[in-house]
Write a protein that binds this ligand. Structure first.
Ligand code: HAM
Length: 418
């Protein structure tokens, strides 16, 4: 049986093939994301992977709605696998925001599902670090989030030579659009043309813009000028004070495809432009109101950082560490008569927090040694019988080949001391 196209198996290292996905690398990535989010004071939340279809229709935008994995369940409910976390989060926050002091700063690492055309950096499931802030209008919150995004990538060993955050604002485009005579009903259609500008034929973009009363030249001129608006200057100033300005570029090509963004928006890309977006986000001050049927109003902002593109980038730049089994101690069972004593040692070491491996069934000692080396264990230990029938432990340090014997009762402490 084959797995479905666009879905992944994650294997422990060493990987069975060059294009296999590493469960160790995934754990490393998630640990790193969690630790940075914690440093920024974000709390972890989670939600259901299956949601009412209605949560997405009209809220996320046509593109994502067209990519939904949706079906009717056995209770006749129209449901969808979550294609993104933001609507779920808006629903959760709307339901219980009163219980939490503002600003609410939450993060999550959901697996998301989109029935996309498969291409490099795009699969039908992926994981995303989502970090969002609710209840804060000040631009300081936008800067704080962008700083978190930057540090999430820096903690993985990436520098300003590796990636850039392209900062823009829907407000800037909205002003441009209104100044040019655009009407509120057609502003999202206009945003969508801008969103596709870098991917679509010029003639096609020009035709779409003309139908909205705009020229491609005017749009291109606005992008080329890259004049930061007042709100973007505030964000830049804040990031400059942290020493993070080098990571930012004002770039009005970015406008974001999703329907709900209302203010500053941003996307992170590799500097060389070889990969698709690593992350994207921005302000969405109306979504909580929309999802709660007008009951709750709360300004919001956040970003999502995907694991697929990021992993491709880390691999390409040689930034992933070597992953080992994590086994620290290998317990040799030289003779089956010593197995009960060996099991006692294994249990004691594991109780003390050591990662211990041993042969489940009889095996030649040289094979066991080989296995200990493969696992990268630091110590090989084994029980040795004394003349009076009791046991002591023989400990070998694999890197130095030094051996010593210790009473069984001191084994745990003797490894801890080193
Ligand atoms: P998004 O731009 O759709 O935003 O996704 C964010 C990131 O997830 C992308 O930059 C990309 O790295 C990754 N990604 C998206 N789709 C796929 C896919 N099919 N395969 C692999 N990776 C993918 C959102 O989802 C927003 N909800 C983010 C957000 C949170 N905005 C505010 N809060």
């Amino acid at each position: 049986m084959e797995r479905l196209p666009g879905f992944r198996d994650f294997y422990p290292e060493p990987l069975p093939s060059k294009d296999a996905w590493s469960a160790d690398a995934r754990r490393y990535l998630f640990d790193s994301w969690r630790s940075v989010a914690r440093r920024y004071g974000f709390r972890e939340y989670d939600g259901p992977p299956l949601e009412p279809l209605e949560l997405y229709t009209a809220k996320s935008g046509d593109e994502i709605v067209g990519q939904l994995y949706n079906f009717v369940d056995k209770g006749d409910r129209a449901v969808a696998m979550r294609p993104e976390m933001t609507p779920t989060l808006a629903r959760m926050v709307a339901a219980h925001q009163r219980n939490y002091p503002k600003p609410i700063k939450w993060f999550s690492i959901p697996q998301l599902f989109r029935y996309e055309r498969q291409q490099k950096g795009r699969l039908r499931e992926h994981f995303q670090l989502n970090a969002d802030v609710f209840g804060e209008n000040d631009r300081a919150a936008d800067a704080e989030l962008i700083a978190l995004l930057i540090d999430s990538l820096r903690s993985l060993g990436l520098t300003e030579a590796d990636f850039v955050v392209r900062l823009s604002s829907r407000n800037a485009w909205q002003e441009f659009f209104t100044r040019g005579g655009g009407t509120p009903e057609s502003s999202y259609a206009f945003f969508q043309v801008i969103d596709k500008l870098e991917r679509e034929q010029e003639s096609e973009s020009a035709a779409k813009l003309a139908s909205l009363g705009f020229s491609l030249e005017a749009v291109k001129g606005f992008i080329a000028a890259a004049q930061p608006t007042e709100e973007l200057q505030q964000i830049l100033g804040n990031l400059e004070a942290r020493g993070l300005k080098e990571f930012i570029k004002i770039d009005y090509n970015v406008i974001r495809g999703l329907a709900y963004y209302t203010g500053p928006v941003f996307e992170a890309f590799d500097r060389k432009g070889e990969f698709r977006a690593i992350a994207g986000g921005g302000r969405y001050d109306n979504l909580v109101k929309l999802v709660s049927g007008g009951r709750v109003e709360l300004p919001a902002l956040g970003f999502g950082m995907g694991d697929v593109v990021l992993m491709e980038l880390l691999r390409a730049r040689g930034k992933l560490p070597a992953f080992t089994s994590g086994v620290e101690v290998y317990c040799l069972v030289e003779e089956e008569s010593r197995r009960p004593a060996a099991l006692r040692m294994v249990q004691a070491l594991r109780d003390a927090g050591r990662a211990v491996e041993y042969p489940l069934t009889p095996a030649k000692p040289d094979k066991q040694f080989k296995r200990a080396m493969e696992l990268g264990a630091r110590w090989v230990v084994q029980p040795e019988m004394l003349a009076d029938g009791t046991f002591q432990a023989r400990v070998k340090e694999l890197s130095t080949r030094q051996e010593r014997t210790v009473p069984l009762s001191e084994l745990v402490a003797s490894l801890q001391a080193v």
